[in-house]
Each structure stands twice: as C-alpha cells, then as structure tokens.
Write a protein that binds this ligand. Structure first.
Ligand code: NAP
Length: 312
C-alpha cells in the first residue's frame, strides 16, 4: 500500500528527537512537509511558515502531526480539522479541558480522525502492569518522576509560562501510565505545588490521591525538575496479593519482587505511529482525556509555595 503523506507542525526537540526519525523509517507514513516558524525543514521536503500556507500549497497532504507546545495546539488542531485533515497531537493535548472537549466535538462534527497521544502508554511493561493489577488488586502506589528541566527542555521558556505545565509537563506522562493501569477511578485528594519565585509554573509537586472505592490504598506522587543525577521515572505498586511491582525507566521495565519480568527498548513513538495508521484505516478517533483531567485537579486543589528563583 502507498505510504500516507504527513506533515509535522512545530519542528522542536520532540519532533527532531522522535517524530521525524520515526516517520523516516515508517512503512505507513512519508514526510511531505514541515511547518516551522523558524523555517526548519527535514530531508529537503517543503517548509511552510504557517499551517495555512501548507494547506493552500499542498492540499493532497491530509494528515498532520502537531508537535508544538500545548498552548497553541487548540488553535492549530482546530484549523487542521477545519481544513479537512486527520490529526495526531503531542501530549499534553491542550492547556485546558474545555479546549480538548472542543477538539473532540469538532473532529466528530467534521468526521475527521483525532488521535491524542500519550507516549508513555506505549510499553509492554505498562500493559503487563495493568493486567497484574486487575488480577491482584492495589494496596499502595508511589510515583516518583524526577528529571532535569535543563536536559529535557533546554532553554524552552514556554514551560515556565502560564499554561506551560512546569514539572507537570513530564509529570503528566506518569499520570498517563497511572490512569491506564489502575483498575478503579482515582482522584486528587490534595496537592502542593512549589513555584520558583520568578516563574509561573511549578518546579516541584507532591500529590495525594484517593480512590472512588470503599477500599483506600495509599497513593501518592512526587514530581521534581531539578534532578541532575539522571532520570528517576518510577512507579511502585504493592498489590493486595503482596507482590511489589516496579515500573522503571518511564514504563519500559517491569520488576516483580525485584526480578525483571518485562524489559523492552523504548519504541514509544514507533508504537504511536503504528496506532495512528490503524486508527486511520478504521477511520476512528482516540482521545484519552483522563491524564489531563487528573492534572487539572492537581492545579485546582494545589496549595502554593514559593521556592528559590530558577535560571537556566
Ligand atoms: P520545543 O523544543 O520548544 O518545540 C516546540 C516547537 O513548536 C518550537 O520549536 C517551534 O518550532 C514550534 N512552535 C510554534 N509556535 C510556538 C510557540 N508559540 N512557542 C513555542 N514553540 C512554538 O518543545 P518540545 O520539547 O519539542 O515539546 C513540544 C511538545 O512535545 C510538548 O507538548 C511536550 O510536552 C511534548 N514532548 C516533549 C518531550 C521532550 O523530551 N522535550 C518528550 C515528549 C513529548 P518551529 O520553530 O519549528 O515552529
């Protein structure tokens, strides 16, 4: 079958690290163009300054992957849907739940495919954890998500602006695993957000969760963005059967009682593009709003503290 032509909108870190190389080797997709305010291209394909210019010049490109920061995603995705495109969105989908609801409604109205990606969900270790928790029940959960903002978002000032999520930008990856694997609904009970005194988004967050069930396991999360010793992306579960499940390295490794039972190389974006191809084949949308809803509640319930100023 002929490859589908796709354009990438926003050629920043994640587009260059993952989307473009994965499209290059995909059997389903072929890069047709980029849209880049800074004029960044890839392999000689046409580069446009705005999505509107792309849609006018290359109407045959009917797929776009929107890799911008979340603050402008609503506008770009709405415009793409209106132009008749099927759309893949980076995470976090939008900065508000109202915007995401609107995009879902627009995609439905216009009969387009809308795919909201959560890259951390695309791991065999995550799938196995979900199965084990369904079988064994949950006694406790502890999420530790610590990394260096200087390494993962070098010089990106948007992460510190209102709507930039701060440390909740990586933290929402943990919540996308959490909401996927839990066998019952979870809610935010309380949260504490520490803001650098010169910035608008948090650098450190501590969350307590509660369940909607009579059974109340201990469940909490800590996100930190000043961890310079390397990434700590770990979720530890105790099951009601007494096993300890540890999802490590962002969800790529599962240990049960310290023995590694699943370990896969990180091929999250390969999985995302496979999923997009399957959704297009079936003309089906896939939008999971649960991680954004939970994160919105972290901000709604958040107690604020001021911390030291942050400079790059
Ligand atoms: P980034 O390096 O800042 O890239 C975003 C790109 O979007 C910019 O380089 C710019 O590219 C374009 N853009 C268009 N309008 C913009 C605006 N108003 N402000 C800023 N950029 C604008 O960010 P990123 O790290 O790639 O993150 C993009 C999205 O991917 C975020 O939602 C993030 O959560 C997600 N993500 C990031 C990582 C990571 O490791 N950093 C991992 C997974 C997911 P042009 O100059 O080409 O227009």
């Amino acid at each position: 079958m002929a490859k589908r032509k796709i354009a990438v909108i926003g050629v920043g870190k994640i587009a260059q690290d993952q989307h473009l190389p994965v499209i290059d080797k995909s059997e389903h997709f072929e890069l047709a163009a980029t849209v880049s305010t800074r004029g960044i291209g890839h392999n000689g394909v046409p580069v446009f300054k705005t999505p509107g210019e792309l849609y006018a010049a290359m109407p045959e490109v009917d797929l776009v992957s929107v890799c911008t920061p979340p603050g402008i995603r609503h506008q770009y995705v709405r415009e793409a849907l209106e132009a008749g495109k099927d759309v893949m969105m980076e995470k976090p989908p939008t900065t508000t739940i109202c915007e995401l609801d609107d995009l879902v409604a627009q995609a439905k109205r216009l009969d387009r495919v809308l795919f909201q990606t959560w890259h951390s969900q695309y791991n065999a270790a995550v799938d196995r954890t979900r199965e084990l928790l369904a079988e064994q029940g949950v006694a406790s959960v502890r999420i530790d998500w610590r990394e260096s903002v200087r390494k993962w978002h070098p010089g990106q000032d948007w992460v510190w602006e209102p709507g930039g999520f701060g440390v909740c930008d990586p933290g929402i990856n943990a919540l996308s695993i959490f909401t996927k694997v839990m066998p019952f609904p979870v809610f935010v009970q309380s949260s504490r957000l520490t803001f650098p005194k010169n910035r608008q988004t948090p650098v450190d967050v501590e969350i307590a969760f509660k369940s909607g069930e009579p059974h109340q396991p201990q469940m909490s999360a800590g996100f930190n963005w000043l961890e310079e010793s390397g990434e700590i992306w770990t979720i530890r579960f105790e099951t009601q059967s007494g096993d300890v499940l540890k999802l490590e390295k962002g969800g790529t490794v599962l240990r049960v009682d310290d023995a590694v039972v699943v370990q896969n190389p990180s091929e999250e974006y390969e999985g995302i593009y496979e999923r997009f191809a399957a959704l297009l084949e079936r003309h089906e949308s896939d939008v999971d709003a649960a991680p954004l809803r939970l994160m919105a509640d972290v901000f709604l319930l958040g107690a604020r503290e001021n911390g030291p100023a942050f400079e790059w």
